[in-house]
Design a protein around this ligand. Sequence first.
Ligand code: BTN
Length: 270
Amino acid sequence: MDEHDLPAGMPTRLPHQLDVDLLQASLAGMRLGNPLIYFPTIPSTNSHAAGLAREGAIEGTLVTTDDQTAGRGRVGRPWKALPGQMLALSLVLRPTFPPHYLVMAAALAVAEAIEQVTNLRPGIKWPNDVLVGERKVCGILIEVSDGVAILGIGLNVNGSFAHDPDLAARAITLEQAAGHQVSRESLLRELLRRLESLYGLLQAAGNEEAQNTVRNRWRARLSMLGQRVTVRQDPGALAGVAEDVTAEGALLVRLDDGTRRTISWGDVES
Ligand code: BTN
């Protein structure tokens, strides 16, 4: 359904539609989020943003929607979310710093924005899932090609996964965790504001201090350090204790035989 399906005389915005005018006004003057491109429904904001980037879209271009029909997650998985209740967004970025700092900055901006808007205290599951308690509230997909990074963020804001026991075991919405609805517009604005600040620091050429700051704040939120973890790297898996992260953000895992492995990709479970 889109605006054209509404009966005459009804407000032109659906109850569960992002208030794009409000958003646009609140993002005035910001670099990230301008221009703002909104679709009531779209297959994938990341795919659309990548197409725009190929056509020369400016840095900061934001694609967002109320409903993705073919949302994509990491390692080729589908991304399912609640239409009209979540945030799904993709930003066109052209980072001049190593991409692992973007992984950290994105997760950090999401976690800090959630904390600011809800008072929850989210953690980060290496490398960039954002959790409340043990359950995932946000997934991040960064696709880098030819100097362009498409930063895709999927955030479970309102509603509940109670109808889907499989998902409910792993995922949670902010409404479920906080006990009240959360304004998607306020959260998106706060997230972009924080990301813009971190991104600006990192873009300043050779800013080692900014890189250390981002890494330390990201590391402080990692939920699994010191814990026993299983790392799945299809087709294999390994188990050990997540001891620390390297300067590049790789996970250091002490295996049961005493050797230490540096893990740069994979799914980690505690
Ligand atoms: C993950 O697997 O955890 C990453 C999920 C990323 C989902 C977001 S939703 C907005 C953007 N568009 C997509 O198709 N995927 C990302």
